[in-house]
Design a protein around this ligand. Sequence first.
Ligand code: UDX
Length: 432
Amino acid sequence: MKLCMIGTGYVGLVSGVCFSDLGNDVICVDKDINKINNLRNSVIPIYEPGLDELVKKNFKAGRLSFTSDLSKAVKSSNIIFICVGTPTKKNGNGADLSQIFSAAKEISKNINSYKIIINKSTVPVTTGDQLEKIILKKNNKKLFSIVSNPEFLREGEAIRDFIYPDRVVIGTSEKKPSKILKQLYSPLISKGAKFLNTSRRAAELIKYASNAFLATKITYINEIANMCEKLNVNVEDVSIGMGMDNRIGGRFLRAGPAYGGSCFPKDTKAILDTAYKFKINLSLIKSVIKSNENRSKLLTNRIFKLLNNNLKNKKICFLGVTFKANTDDMRDSSCVKIIPALSKKGAFIDYYDPTGEKKEFKNVKNVKFKNSIKSALMNSDLIIIHTEWNDFKSINFKKIMKKNNFKLFDMRNIYSLEKMKRDKINYFSIGR
Ligand code: UDX
């Protein structure tokens, strides 16, 4: 099939490359000419394991191309995916849909035969209806279908999540696009992915409701972890015990820092905004957002306590600063709140991240990037493991550290309590 992906951000690029790997002809479009030139030379704008190999392979095979000419790309494709950003509005909680609408207007001018126009960006319920109105202004209804097809890709696992999704959701009440899209996704369906055809509005809501639910699940276990700390109970036992109940399920029950990233914080706010417009009170999601915001404060206070409320000239080391492992994404990482708060109290912070230095800390006083785990750890009073990269899972702290009286705060519960006890490390973790 001939596909066009508008927007080569996370969703557009990963989906486009994976669709081309399944044998489709895919044109990825972006306004940013620099990005397009880089992609043509296999320079990938995001960190995603395995993506560069797939880009090279499919570009070489001639199934994948990159352009900034939207008009030509739309004309030569049957299926058009809109994959542009829907960030939180500057003033308010709602999603900024300006990029979506501008893409729709551009598409609308270039419809030369029947096109399936799919919204893959995360958008508030009823956005599909608005897109339909925009396209109808210049085109006959028979020439297009507007479909919602939400993505559920996790950063760092995006290729695996694309190839082995739990489900493919297609939101349309028209038979023709549903049949064609089922065929497009048939290689994944034959490997076990469930196919669900719903109304367009339901598909739009499935995405927000799923992300808000996962954010709730994480927040829930984080609050239970707070309780475990007081009760001397291991939160991992609780997560495992809860997860054994199929009605609950064991995933997304790992306690840790506040959730972050490009989706959960943005989507929980956006679903609240939609609810507000329709006069619905989503009190549960409201309290999830509040609890998650409080979590960074709670963990910052815990760090203060670990250093006896005296951070002046204390050396703190952060291992990993992104919002989770296997990504270079700093969006809503809890570090962006925690590190400046520690610096304000007079601490010196060295950090190491496998994806390099971060602009977020360039102007924060006494915060330095180190290019190895060892140099970051040296002379620390407190070591904080903030993300769960494999690189951090078997560090010989005793060997590297010059002094013995350092503390280790493992925010991801990477190390076992028994091992830390054996190694006589002053060890602190979450909910244990
Ligand atoms: C998420 C959704 O999982 C994905 O389906 C959606 O399309 C995009 O948003 P992503 O933001 O890449 O994906 O990361 P995810 O792995 O879901 O983690 C989000 C946050 O939750 C991270 O900060 C992570 O550290 C945290 N998390 C996740 C936990 O604290 N505990 C868990 O058990 C799982």
